[in-house]
Every structure is written in structure tokens, then in C-alpha cells.
Design a protein around this ligand. Structure first.
Ligand SMILES: [Fe+2]
Ligand SMILES: [Fe+2]
Length: 231
């Protein structure tokens, strides 16, 4: 069940108090769509300090004038987070959005396809940015491997961005068949890419980065929020 909460005009402190009281009512919601009038970094920072391991925070719509995020509850409270656990869960979220998008395209429901396409592309860009700007540099620094798996992953991100661009063009022209075609190729690339990361890169990272992993996950979650500005 998805709830909405409008925090426009509230201070960060008021916003956090409202979100915390919502988070304490497990029967009420699974996900809350949060609308704020800033990039949400102050709210997220306070949530991380107070409720670390209990929530996920996904960008939905960049501002200005308003920014939207999805706050979801994690299945279980985690004392420390891991690369594979955090980024793997983000893969599954993007996969779910992608399946919903494909269903909307197949049903020829262009309004729903537009909404889902926007959520999917923001989600993918958020994921790529977390990996390329926070995770990969930390991995490269810890292992000294700059020409290895992260280089291959960056190339594959570029290929996927190309296909997302093609789908975006088709979407802007209202050509849902074109969106479907680009998505079909994208799905194959995404699957192969995610398997490589989940089976090789993320476990290597969890092993090599040791005690710094939990802090790295905090930085990844914060990274996109702070940088999310409408282009
Ligand atoms: Fe990736
Ligand atoms: Fe990934």
C-alpha cells in the first residue's frame, strides 16, 4: 500500500518527526511517497542517524520546485548494511519497475507507461550514479583494480543509457512500440549486467572493503538525493 505525505513548507525537523511517527505504524503503510520543497538531504541525514537499517530512500522526481522520494520500510532491521544486500535490493526494485513498465506498454496504457518510465529512468540513473561516483571509486582504491570489473561495468552502463535514451525518444513521440523494442534489448543487457555484479563484483567488494562498507552504503543512499536536480 502506498501512502502520500506532503512536507512542503515544513522544517527538516518537523518533516523527520512526521516520517518517524509514520514509520512506527507498520500496519498503516509499506511505502510513503514523500513530497518536499528541497532536495531532502537534511531529512535523509537525520533519518540515517535515527533509523539506520530500517528504511530505503529512493528518488522519484527531481525538483525544483518540489522533489519526490519513496520511503520504504526494510523487511528486517539491519544493524549494518552491505554492498550486495543494498545494491542487489536496488536491482530488484528497478526490475520490478521495469516489469510494470513493460506491462503498461503491452496494455497500450500510455499515461501509466509515462509515469512508470519516469520512475524507472530516475531509478536507473540513481543506481548508476551510486555505483560510478561512490562505489566503483572506493572499490578501485581498495583493490588497485582500475582496469578490471569496474571498467567493464562502466562500459555496460553506457550501453544501457543508450537504450534508455532510445526508449525516452520513442516515449516522447508517443510511440509505445518503439519503447517496447528498446526495452526488450535493455532487459537482456540489464539481466547479464546485474548477474555479473551480484555474483562477482559485489561479493568481492563486501570482502575487500570490510569495515568501510556500512559507511559506503550511507554515502550511496545520500549521494543521489544531494545531486538530484531537474535537468
Ligand atoms: Fe552497474
Ligand atoms: Fe548495479
Amino acid at each position: 500500500m502506498e501512502q502520500q505525505i506532503n512536507l512542503v513548507g515544513k522544517t527538516d525537523q518537523q518533516a523527520v518527526a512526521l516520517l518517524r511517527s509514520s514509520l512506527d505504524q507498520p500496519e498503516v503503510w509499506d511505502s510513503i511517497m514523500v513530497t518536499v520543497d528541497n532536495h531532502g538531504a537534511g531529512i535523509l541525514d537525520a533519518l540515517q542517524q535515527q533509523l539506520w537499517g530500517r528504511f530505503e530512500w529512493y528518488p522519484i522526481q527531481p525538483g525544483p520546485p518540489v522533489w519526490q522520494f519513496m520511503l520504504t520500510r526494510t523487511a528486517a532491521k539491519m544493524a549494518k548494511r552491505g554492498i550486495g544486500e543494498f545494491l542487489g535490493a536496488d536491482h530488484r526494485r528497478c526490475d520490478e519497475l521495469f516489469i510494470e513498465l513493460e506491462n503498461a506498454v503491452q496494455a497500450n496504457d500510455s499515461a501509466r507507461a509515462q509515469t512508470l518510465f519516469s520512475r524507472f529512468t530516475v531509478g536507473m540513473e540513481h543506481h548508476f550514479a551510486m555505483e560510478e561516483e561512490v562505489f566503483f571509486p572506493a572499490f578501485e582504491q581498495a583493490t588497485g583494480m582500475t582496469q578490471g570489473p569496474t571498467m567493464v561495468m562502466r562500459v555496460e552502463h553506457r550501453q544501457m543509457r543508450g537504450l534508455i535514451g532510445q526508449a525516452a525518444q520513442a516515449m516522447a513521440q508517443g510511440k509505445l512500440e518503439g519503447v517496447g523494442r528498446a526495452c526488450a534489448t535493455l532487459m537482456i543487457l540489464m539481466r547479464q549486467h546485474n548477474i555479473k555484479e551480484e555474483q562477482m563484483l559485489y561479493p568481492m567488494a563486501d570482502q575487500h572493503l570490510g569495515g568501510t562498507v556500512d559507511g559506503l552504503v550511507r554515502s550511496m543512499q545520500k549521494h543521489a538525493a544531494a545531486n538530484m536536480v531537474r535537468s
